[in-house]
Design a protein around this ligand. Structure first.
Ligand code: ADP
Ligand code: MG
Length: 647
C-alpha cells in the first residue's frame, strides 16, 4: 500500500466511524447498515459475476440461507450472536458448494436457470419447514447481545462496518493473489486456463463458494439488523436487485459494490422524495454537461456520441420537474437507469470513472510503473536445464479424431524425441491444430493412445496434462485479455504456489515469498520474449505479434518438458521472426522438446530435427527437413491446397 492509499484508508475509516454521529437519525443509521450488508454480499457476488464472468440468480437465496441460519440458531437454540455469524458463513458456504458442484458443469444461461431453480427451492423450503423456520410467520428477534450488553442501532452499525472492512480487505487480498488471477483468467479464456494447469471447473467452484460464504455473512448480519426475517424477502426480485447493483456500481472493483449498494438502498428513498429527486437530476445533468463539453472540446468524443446520454439526463430532469409524484414511476425510472447503464456505462459507474481518470492521467506515471515492474527482473529467464537422454518424450499412436462425418485425424502416429524440435506442417485444414488439441486433452480422440513420458495421458483433463508438463500456445491467440502481460505469465506460474485461501487471507510470509519469487520469474520470462518493458500493459492492448510472444512466455512459465507452438510466427514482422527462431533454439537448448506448427517454411525447415506432414488428416510424409521438402507427395499436397508453397 502506498502512502497516499494509507492516508485515504485512514480517512475513510474515520469517515465511517463518524457517519452515525453526523446522520444520527436511527432511520439513516439503519439505511447505512443495510448498505454495509448489501456491500458485503455484492463484494462476494463480484467474484462470480465480475471475475469468473458467470451470472448467478441464486444469491438472494444464499443471502436467505445465511439469514435463516442466524435466525434459526437464535429462535431454536438461543445461540449467541458470535456463533451465529460463523455458522451463517459456514452453512451458506456448504449450500454454495452443493449448488456449485453440479451447477458449474454448465455455464451461461443454463447456469442462470440452475441457480434460479435453487433460489425457488430454498424459498419453498424455508416456507414449508415450519418446524425449523417457523414458516411464513417468520422469526422475530432483537439486536444481539455482545459482552453482556444489548447492542444499540449505532453499536450494530459499527459491527457491520467492521465486517465490511474485513470483507473488503479479504476481497482485495484474494483478487490480487494467484487465486484471484485464476478466477479472472478462466473468464477471459477458459481453454487457456485449463492449458495453464488452472482447472476451470475447480476454480469456478472455489469462487462460487467464497461468494456464497460472503452472502452468508451478509445474511446473518441482516437478520439482526432487521430484527425480523420471513421467507418472502429472499425472492427473485432481490436477486435481480443485487445483480443490478453490481453492474451499475461496476464489477471488478471494490468501490463498485459499495456504490451499487448505496444506489439500490437509497433509490427508493430518493424516489419517495420528489424534491430530493429533482435536485439530484440537476446535479446529474450538470455532471453530464460538464463531461460532454470537456469531451467534445478536447476531441475525445464526437458530439453525436454525447447527444443521447445528454438528452437522456436532461429528459430525466425535465420529467422530474413536470410530475408531482414519482412513486408510481419508480420501476420505470429504475428500468431506464438500468438501460442507460448497460448501454453507456458497460463497466458500471466505477469502471467509467476509472477509465476517464486513466485517460487523462499523464503518461509518465504509467511509464514509471512499467519500469518498476520490469526492474525486478535481474536476469533473463533460464529454464532449469534438463538432462536430455535418448528416447521418446511423446508417443501418439493410431490417433483418430472424428467430427461427425469428418475425420480430422485418421490413424496418425506422432513420435517426438526428447529435446527435439519436431515440425508439423500441412495445408490448411489438414488437422495440425486438431492434433495439438488432442495432445493437450481439449479433444478426446475417437481412437488411439497417447503416452507422455511413459505415462498414458489419453482421457486426462487439459489441466492435468498441462500439469504433467505439456504447454502450448494457440493458433487463435488465447490470452487473458483484461489482465496485464505479467499477470498472464503469473497464471502460467500458478503451479508454483502452495499457498491456499488462508495463507492469502492472512497474507503470510510463506505466501508473500511465493508471490515475490513468482513475480521475479514472470518478469524474467517477459524479458526472455522481449516484452520486459510491457509488463503492465493489458494483454488485449498489445499488438498481435507481441501477443503471440506473450503466449510463449506464459507457456514457458508452466516449466514444461514439451512445448507445442501453433503457428507462432503468424502476424510477426520479419525481424520478430528472426528473434522467434533464436528463442525457439534457446528453449530447445534447455532441453525442452518443441512441436512446431508453422506455415513459414524457412522457419520450420531451418530448426526442425524432424518434420511430419499432414494432409486431410493423414500423415503423408515424415523425416529430415531436406528429405520432406523434396518429397513428391508433400509437393503435391501443397500445390493441391494452392494456399501454400514449399519454399
Ligand atoms: P489445421 O490446423 O491443419 O489448419 P485443423 O486441425 O484446425 O486444421 O482442422 C482440421 C479439420 O477439422 C478442418 O476441416 C476443420 O474444419 C475440422 N475441425 C477442427 N475442429 C473442429 C471441431 N471442433 N468441430 C468440427 N470440425 C472441426
Ligand atoms: Mg491450425
Amino acid at each position: 500500500m502506498s502512502k497516499t492509499q494509507a492516508v485515504f484508508a485512514v480517512l475513510a475509516l474515520l469517515g465511517l466511524a463518524a457517519l452515525p454521529h453526523i446522520w444520527s437519525n436511527p432511520y439513516y443509521v439503519h439505511l447505512m447498515v443495510v448498505i454495509g450488508i448489501y456491500a458485503i454480499l455484492l463484494l462476494g457476488l463480484d467474484f462470480v459475476v465480475g471475475y469468473v464472468g458467470e451470472v448467478s440468480l441464486g444469491h438472494a437465496a444464499l443471502f436467505g440461507v445465511g439469514a435463516y441460519t442466524a435466525g434459526v440458531l437464535k429462535f431454536q437454540l438461543d445461540a449467541p450472536f458470535l456463533l451465529a455469524l460463523p455458522a451463517g458463513i459456514a452453512v451458506t458456504a456448504v449450500f454454495g458448494l452443493l449448488l456449485a458442484l453440479p451447477a458449474l458443469r454448465v455455464s451461461g444461461p443454463y447456469l442462470a436457470m440452475v441457480t434460479l431453480a435453487f433460489g425457488t427451492i430454498v424459498q419453498i423450503l424455508i416456507n414449508e419447514m415450519t418446524f425449523l423456520t417457523n414458516g411464513p410467520m417468520g422469526i422475530a428477534l432483537q439486536k444481539p447481545m455482545l459482552l453482556g450488553h444489548r447492542l444499540s442501532g449505532v453499536d450494530y452499525y459499527y459491527v457491520v462496518m467492521v465486517a465490511l472492512v474485513l470483507t473488503l480487505l479479504l476481497t482485495q487480498r484474494l483478487v490480487k493473489s494467484h487465486l484471484g488471477r485464476a478466477f479472472e483468467a478462466l473468464r477471459d479464456s477458459p481453454v487457456a486456463s485449463d492449458c495453464m494447469a488452472v482447472s476451470v471447473y475447480r476454480y469456478k467452484v472455489y469462487a462460487f463458494v467464497i461468494s456464497a460464504a460472503m452472502a452468508g455473512l451478509a445474511g446473518s448480519l441482516f437478520t439482526y439488523s432487521e430484527e425480523y426475517i420471513s421467507p418472502d424477502t429472499y425472492n427473485f426480485q432481490l436477486t435481480v436487485l443485487f445483480l443490478l447493483a453490481l453492474i451499475m456500481g461496476g464489477r471488478k472493483t471494490r468501490t463498485g459494490p459499495i456504490l451499487g449498494a448505496i444506489i439500490v438502498v437509497m433509490l427508493p428513498n430518493v424516489l419517495a422524495d420528489i424534491d430530493l429527486f429533482r435536485r439530484l437530476t440537476l446535479i446529474i445533468v450538470g455532471l453530464a454537461v460538464a463531461y460532454a463539453v470537456y469531451g467534445i472540446a478536447s476531441r475525445r468524443h464526437a458530439a453525436a456520441q454525447m447527444a443521447v446520454p445528454l438528452l437522456f439526463t436532461i429528459g430525466l430532469a425535465v420529467f422530474a420537474y413536470r410530475v408531482s409524484d414519482i412513486a408510481d414511476y419508480r420501476l420505470t425510472i429504475f428500468g431506464l437507469l438500468i438501460l442507460f447503464v448497460v448501454y453507456y456505462l458497460p463497466d458500471g459507474i466505477m469502471g467509467f470513472v476509472r477509465g476517464t481518470v486513466a485517460q487523462y492521467r499523464p503518461q509518465w506515471i504509467h511509464r514509471h510503473e512499467i519500469i518498476q515492474a520490469a526492474g525486478s527482473a535481474q536476469h533473463v529467464w533460464a529454464a532449469p536445464d534438463r538432462l536430455v537422454t535418448a528416447g521418446n518424450l511423446l508417443e501418439a499412436r493410431n490417433v483418430t479424431m472424428q467430427f461427425g462425418g469428418l475425420k480430422a485425424l485418421d490413424n496418425v502416429e506422432l513420435i517426438v524425441a526428447k529435446g527435439s524440435v519436431h515440425g508439423l506442417i500441412g495445408p490448411n485444414g489438414s488437422g495440425k491444430s486438431t492434433m495439438m488439441n488432442v495432445l493437450t486433452g481439449i479433444y478426446r480422440p475417437t481412437a488411439g493412445e497417447i503416452e507422455f513420458g511413459n505415462k498414458r495421458i489419453t482421457g486426462m483433463s487439459p489441466s492435468a496434462i498441462a500439469g504433467a508438463g505439456i504447454a502450448r500456445t494457440f493458433q487463435n491467440v488465447q490470452l487473458f485479455g483484461e489482465m496485464t502481460a505479467i499477470e498472464n505469465v503469473l497464471v502460467g506460474l500458478h503451479h508454483t504456489y502452495r499457498s491456499n485461501f488462508l495463507h492469502v487471507a492472512f497474507n503470510t510470509k510463506h505466501y508473500r515469498d511465493e508471490e515475490r519469487v513468482a513475480r521475479m520469474r514472470a518478469a524474467s520470462l517477459l524479458q526472455f520474449v522481449g516484452l520486459g518493458n510491457l509488463a503492465n500493459e493489458e494483454a488485449r492492448n498489445l499488438p498481435y505479434g507481441k501477443q503471440r510472444l506473450l503466449e510463449i512466455a506464459r507457456a514457458l512459465a508452466l516449466n514444461p518438458s514439451l512445448l507445442l507452438l501453433d503457428e507462432p510466427a503468424a502476424g510477426l514482422t520479419a525481424p520478430d521472426i528472426k528473434e522467434l527462431i533464436g528463442m525457439i533454439e534457446k528453449i530447445r537448448d534447455h532441453g525442452i522438446a518443441i512441436v512446431l506448427i508453422e506455415h513459414h517454411m524457412d522457419v520450420v525447415m531451418g530448426i526442425s530435427d524432424i518434420v511430419s506432414v499432414l494432409d486431410f488428416g493423414h500423415k503423408i510424409a515424415e523425416g529430415e527437413p531436406a528429405a520432406v521438402q523434396a518429397d513428391e507427395k508433400v509437393i503435391a499436397a501443397y500445390l493441391g491446397g494452392k494456399s501454400e508453397q514449399v519454399a
